[in-house]
Design a binder for this molecule. Structure first.
Ligand code: GDP
Ligand code: MN
Length: 377
């Protein structure tokens, strides 16, 4: 998923004419102070952590400042935060607007109905998950005519807007619809959309670009998302690698087998940590790279589950033995292998002679991996 940070989402909004507060990005307290001193951001202002997690307002990651000293203090405090596991590296400084009501609007996909969905709620400003279903109005939108007048009028009514405020909403919705369509977004959310005088202003922006359309948008290629550092390296090497919370590393071939392996470990009381899908490859170079990446994630034990269909068990096994030799001694981990299929006996023999526990039964081998992770191997 390509999740845009608030400031990136707002840059997209600006292009499509969504009204926004004046704002600039800073990466240090000095930069933050300079923005205000050079009048690029007026006082009073809002200092906001640029992290992907929501709930910043409640979590101390959005602060107000009305003097240079307060700007520096807010910037220093927020840049020092680790917000929901994410280090804050960027700030958005914006003019603080005198706001009235806070509303919620979003365009997303209703996958069950296979249609875009417009959501609107008068209960904006709080996390949408905490708003009762009945208080969120949902309208599916036919993508061919696009957002129509009556849909916009209904949203205005639900939000309690009339006159110039309702007209402002219609323009905002037209812009959001364009963002949704032209940028191939799967979510465009404004929470809060604030009432400011006769108009509306987007105080927050959450934009997620549909992964499958990313090829149409090279401009988002550099966007940081929620991949870990190792996942990022894996992506560049075209290795399917995902980090979870547990301590057992899993290497398997094929998405289905990988998922089933995680389930079996879990059922036997293990905690799968990292998983790596070799797919159809037995290319020793690729296997080595994958293995070294696994080592860097520091699993307590690794469970290798290979089914040799087209892939030959013995070539995968040789690749692994070769890869194991390249793992620095300090990063070694106990390895349990379950290997089955094409050239199984040869594969098991190669692994066993390299000191790996190799078993062809799934449960027995998964149990051995769980035990190894508990230090009972
Ligand atoms: P989130 O909590 O991570 O979704 O962060 P938001 O960007 O939604 O900001 C949280 C809250 O800060 C909003 O709901 C507003 O109440 C408040 N806020 C943000 N910008 C402004 C502003 O310019 N003026 C005022 N008065 N409040 C603001
Ligand atoms: Mn918000």
């Amino acid at each position: 998923m390509v999740k845009l940070a608030e400031w990136q989402g707002k840059a997209v909004f600006r292009k499509y004419g969504v009204p926004l507060p004046r704002g600039e990005v800073a990466r240090s307290p000095d930069e933050a102070e300079a923005l205000v001193r050079e009048a690029k951001v007026p006082l009073p202002c809002v200092v906001k952590a640029q992290v992907l997690a929501g709930g910043r307002g409640k979590g101390g990651a959005v602060r107000f400042a009305s003097s240079l000293e307060e700007v520096r203090a807010a910037a220093t405090a927020i840049l020092g935060l680790e917000f929901k596991g994410e280090k804050v590296r960027e700030l958005l400084l914006e003019e603080k607007l005198p706001i009235g009501r806070e509303l919620y609007v979003a365009m997303t996909l209703d996958r069950a109905q296979r249609l875009p969905l417009l959501m609107a709620s008068a209960r904006g400003g709080v996390e949408v998950e905490s708003v009762a279903d009945a208080e969120i109005d949902r309208q599916t939108v036919d993508p061919f005519p696009g957002l129509t007048g009556y849909e916009k009028r209904r949203a205005a009514k639900v939000l309690g807007l009339s006159g110039p405020q309702a007209r402002s909403l219609e323009r905002v919705l037209d812009s959001l619809w364009k963002v949704f369509q032209q940028e191939d977004a799967e979510l465009v959310e404004v929470n809060p959309l604030a009432v400011v005088g006769d108009g509306l202003v987007a105080l927050d922006a959450k934009v997620i670009i549909e992964d499958d359309a990313a090829f149409r948008h090279p401009e988002y290629a550099e966007v940081r998302d929620d991949r870990t550092e190792l996942e990022e390296i894996a992506r560049e090497k075209e290795i399917a690698f995902v980090q979870l919370d547990g301590n057992i590393g899993v290497i398997a071939n094929g998405a289905g087998l990988t998922m089933a392996t995680l389930d079996v470990l879990k059922e036997l009381g293990g905690e799968p940590g990292v998983f790596l899908d070799l797919g159809g490859t037995d290319d020793p170079k690729k296997v080595t790279e994958a293995f070294l990446l696994m080592a860097r994630a520091r699993p307590t034990a690794v469970f290798l589950n290979i089914f040799g269909g087209i892939t030959r068990c013995d070539t995968v096994a040789s690749g692994l033995v070769e890869a194991m030799r390249q793992v620095p001694a300090a990063d070694r981990f106990p390895l349990v292998a379950r290997i089955r299929g094409n050239n199984e006996a040869e594969g098991i023999a190669i692994l066993r002679s390299a000191g790996v526990t190799a078993i062809s039964d799934l449960r027995a081998s998964a149990q051995a991996a769980v035990d190894a992770a508990r230090g009972r191997a």
